[in-house]
Design a protein around this ligand. Structure first.
Ligand code: NAD
Ligand code: ZN
Length: 363
């Protein structure tokens, strides 16, 4: 067996209904005379005093930013947010950055934390091992489970100008502390819960079906897939409390295994960069036409979708312009690493332009 990459995981996690109450102590423990104030990024769903509001442990001198997640994080938006944070905190850095939300907000907090200690702009760090300095201390609080963003070493950003969806892959991107409170996910709409939840299933089976393997990642993937089967095919409703906790654990375990995606994620990334389709839904559209490459998982996914009464949009890529099909092809095929993992070095022949465009038209 080959030696694995030297692997970093999130050093501290706390799990359980009500765990959110620990956040105040965790943030306060980071405050110091040199860095007294904290920075919070919170999904806009939790804005205001309505039912969705969260008891944020923020003080008057903290910066709280509600992030509009109608659009997934872009490099431009991360530059704006990090500029705003630098202006607010001046020479004193925030004592910590807390991200509270789904993958979009968790990734936003990670990206800004990197930019607060590394010069330049977000797009300078899209790639592997480009971040050079330790980020500001980060706390991640998922309110939607499935992406694994709470524990992965990346923060996915879209650069529409380059037709590129790529994260800052670095050990510095990993959260220092995560708080996993399944109660926070009770308000997630049904379709969204499914689309984001099955992202874990996708990350893990793409890894297991690929050629870049290691024993630990395989075991983690098996476990996370088992939990997804319980949530989406077990006897209880997918959003009963037991399953909310299972989904949160699946996301965390699956997130540790994620990193070696296959054929689903490149096609999904193209749908996001070219047509602005959100990640979870884009994955589902991609897998819905990949029965030839992943027959077993395709069948299982269709069963999960039917069992939970989930609607997937259809015809999303019909009657597009030739330029648009070309852009979809380019934005898929650019993902050399996952496509090689799934299909081998000959991936461009196997996934020819004609075949890929036919797949998009079949969605
Ligand atoms: P999201 O964060 O974009 O949120 C989707 C929707 O759910 C938003 O409308 C949001 O307001 C809503 N929402 C979130 N929590 C809620 C709650 N508790 N109640 C009600 N509504 C709630 O969705 P996501 O699928 O979690 O994240 C997608 C993003 O994650 C994409 O940008 C994707 O590229 C990225 N991603 C990152 C990684 C990683 O390892 N960093 C892995 C996979 C995907
Ligand atoms: Zn994903």
């Amino acid at each position: 067996m080959t030696v694995t990459r030297n692997t970093k995981n999130v050093p501290y996690y706390q799990l359980g209904f009500g765990a959110f109450a620990s956040l105040e102590g965790m943030v306060d423990a980071r405050r110091s005379p040199d860095s007294p104030s904290a920075l919070f990024y919170v999904d806009h769903f939790f804005r205001g005093g309505g039912k969705a509001a969260l008891p944020l442990p923020a003080r008057g001198d903290d910066l709280v930013v509600f992030v509009d997640t109608t659009q997934e994080p872009t490099v431009e938006n991360i530059d704006l947010l990090s500029g705003e944070a630098k202006a607010f905190f001046g020479a004193k850095k925030p004592c910590c950055v807390t991200g509270i939300g789904g993958g979009s907000v968790l990734d936003t907090a990670k990206a800004v934390a990197n930019l607060l200690t590394n010069p330049g702009r977000a797009r300078d760090y899209q790639g592997w091992e480009l971040v050079k300095n330790t980020a500001v201390y980060k706390i991640g609080v998922p309110t939607l489970a499935g992406t694994g963003a709470e524990c992965s070493r990346t923060c996915v950003l879209v650069d529409y100008s380059r037709g590129l969806k790529l994260g800052m892959n670095s050990d510095f991107t990993v959260y220092d502390q995560i708080l996993l409170d399944p109660a926070l996910t009770r308000s997630v709409p049904r379709n969204q819960f499914f689309f984001t939840g099955v992202d874990t299933f996708m990350h893990c089976f793409e890894s297991l079906r690929g050629s870049y393997r290691n024993v630990i990642v395989d075991r983690l993937s098996d476990t996370a897939i088992g939990l997804c089967r319980d949530v989406f095919l077990g006897p209880g409703d997918m959003q009963c409390d037991d399953n909310l906790e299972k989904m949160m654990v699946a996301s965390y375990i699956g997130g540790m295994a994620a990193g070696n995606t296959g054929a689903v994620h490149p096609i999904s990334a193209a749908l996001s960069t070219v047509l602005h389709l959100p990640h979870g839904k884009a994955n589902c559209c991609a897998l819905s036409v990949l029965g030839d490459i992943y027959p077993e998982e395709h069948a299982l996914f269709m069963e999960m979708k039917a069992d939970n009464g989930i609607d997937l949009p259809s015809g999303i890529c019909r009657n597009l312009s030739d330029d648009c099909y070309e852009a979809l092809y380019q934005a898929s095929i650019i993902h050399e690493k996952p496509l090689t993992n799934a299909l081998g070095p000959d991936y461009k022949t196997i996934l020819s332009k004609d075949r890929l465009i036919a797949l998009f038209k079949a969605m």
